[in-house]
Design a protein around this ligand. Structure first.
Ligand code: NAD
Ligand code: ZN
Length: 359
């Protein structure tokens, strides 16, 4: 299955299916001529499962080196970024080298930023290995973290191709399935009512995400992301809709301490909250309780963890980098597939948060 990802700066293919690792050498050949050598950047977990197989596949045709960073968000640090560049220089990679980002969103963001900046930019390919990476591998946002904020140092830099081999997802821990699936649901909510209905009818647990249904779900999630990116590569307008569920989601992640609650689990609570806000502002009539019941089947928490404080969450929501002033701007929905951005009064947010915290 091939999807063309169109952006202003370029169009590139995304391949989705089984057994694609073996096809990597021919895919590389088709997207990049005059290739000198390949640098695989991966993390320790992905490396332990698939490192050897990928190196073996690629070295049938190209000179290849591999650099392994620790698994987890911490790899998106200046230190690991610097170490990747040092390794690339020691390997004498030149401007015709190609970076393969082989891992989840963390490796995609890190390796993409390494590629964007090494010798003013060399080619790279995304080979995502998590469900969440159906989101992060499309769109060309690459970044590392700064002590003062997540994803603060980065670039818009598109890959030459995305190669999404769903066989690699078999080893993904349940927690990561749950985190990634929230973004699949998000894509349906913001853009595609028919896809949302398909999900509701066909996916009742994470174990329903087996090959055929999994490919359909990922494909449609990617199509939504791709269409948003096509319209708005650098985030002036509709790209903001991707932030649905994230204003509160990010605040919960930060208040709980990163790693305590996964990104997708925070987003799941945030999406339900955004629908409540939409209802209260009389923009919509969602049956939030029914949607929450469906969410529970996947093991999501459906309300704000009750050890958190509404006031502190509000402060975080205001600090969210996507809100332009001291007011909270949220992505709300008029209905499935009908997002809009609106400023929401503090009182409305505090009242709804406190209701959840008391329940
Ligand atoms: P991740 O890359 O840390 O992967 C999650 C965990 O799963 C890690 O421990 C990893 O080692 C492990 N893992 C990965 N693939 C595996 C596999 N096939 N089998 C077993 N274990 C595997 O996290 P993620 O959720 O994929 O991505 C989160 C990151 O993505 C965040 O840093 C976030 O900022 C970024 N992100 C970026 C964008 C974007 O547009 N660039 C969008 C969304 C998220
Ligand atoms: Zn997200």
């Amino acid at each position: 299955l091939q999807i063309d990802i169109q952006t202003l700066s370029k169009t590139y293919p995304l391949y989705l299916g089984n057994g694609l690792i073996e096809k990597l050498p021919s895919i590389i050949e088709s997207v990049k001529s005059n290739l000198s050598s390949v640098l695989i950047i991966t993390d320790s977990a992905v490396d332990s499962y698939y490192g050897e197989a990928v190196v073996k596949a690629i070295e049938t045709k190209f000179k290849v080196a591999k650099y392994v960073v620790p698994s987890g968000e911490h790899a998106k640090s200046f230190q690991h970024y610097y170490d990747c560049q040092t390794f690339a220089l020691e390997q004498q990679l030149d401007r015709n080298a190609l970076v393969i980002a082989f891992g989840g969103g963390v490796v995609g963001d890190l390796a993409g930023f390494v590629a964007a900046t090494y010798m003013r930019g060399i080619s790279f390919i995304q080979v995502p290995t998590t469900l969440l990476a159906h989101d992060s591998a499309v769109g060309g946002k690459v970044a590392i973290n700064h002590e003062l904020g997540k994803n603060m140092i980065g670039a818009f830099y598109q890959p030459e191709a995305v190669v999404y081999d769903i066989d690699l997802l078999k080893t993904l821990p349940e927690r990561e399935w749950r985190s990634g699936f929230a973004e699949v649901i998000k894509h349906a909510f913001i853009h595609d009512e028919a896809f949302y209905e398909w999900l509701q009818q066909n996916i009742q647990s994470l174990t329903d995400l087996q090959d055929e249904k999994l490919i359909y779900a990922i494909q449609n999630g990617i199509l939504v992301k791709a269409s948003v990116v096509k319209e708005d590569e650098t985030e002036a307008g509709v790209r903001a809709h991707l932030n649905f569920g994230h204003t509160l989601g990010h605040a919960i992640e930060a208040e709980c301490g990163y790693g305590q609650i996964s990104h997708g689990e925070g987003v799941a609570i945030g999406m339900l909250f955004a629908m409540k806000v939409s209802n209260v502002l009389e923009k919509s009539q969602f049956s939030v309780d029914d949607i929450a019941k469906w969410f529970e089947k996947f093991g999501y928490k459906t309300s704000v963890p009750n050890h958190l404080s509404a006031e502190k969450l509000l402060v975080r929501m205001k600090a969210d980098k996507k809100s332009k002033s001291s007011n909270v701007h949220m992505v709300l929905l008029e209905g499935i597939g009908k997002p809009f951005v609106q400023q929401v009064e503090d009182e409305v947010i505090l009242k709804l948060l406190n209701e959840e915290l008391k329940a």
